[in-house]
Structures are given as C-alpha cells and as structure tokens.
Design a protein around this ligand. Structure first.
Ligand code: ZN
Length: 73
C-alpha cells in the first residue's frame, strides 16, 4: 500500500513539474542573460543547466534578461 502511495505522489510531482515547463512561454539563459521564446532554435542548443523558465516577458526583464535578437521575444 505504501509503495502505491509513493508511486502516486511521484507521478503527481512529475506531472506538476512537466506542466510548469510546458506553461513557460519564455526561456532565459542564465549564462548569457538573454531570454527567448520557448520555440527559439537557440533554446535547443542551450545547456539544460543554463535554462531558466519564465511565464511572462516582464518576469524576464525584471530579472535582468535581454531579449534575444533572433526570436525577438
Ligand atoms: Zn531566441
């Protein structure tokens, strides 16, 4: 019974974190301090460790990020 509970909790946590990633419209690069649309080609080349997920443009700008010149977010 405890194993089932642990499995259910794990699924809920995974779903919640996955939903956060999907809900993010903007992705910042913690290294270059630039932010992109989530579908910008530069995001694919970005190291996962540098990715910062953001929901709004304001959030990115307030955090000191500069819009990418390629995707123009
Ligand atoms: Zn970009």
């Amino acid at each position: 019974m405890k194993k089932i509970l642990a499995a259910v909790v794990t699924v809920i946590i995974l779903t919640a974190s996955f939903a956060t990633v999907l809900a993010s419209d903007y992705i910042g690069n913690a290294n270059s301090k630039k932010f992109h649309y989530a579908d910008c080609p530069s995001v694919e080349k970005m190291s996962p460790a540098n990715k910062v997920f953001m929901n709004t443009r304001e959030e990115a700008i307030n955090a000191g990020y500069v819009p990418c010149k390629r995707c123009n977010p």
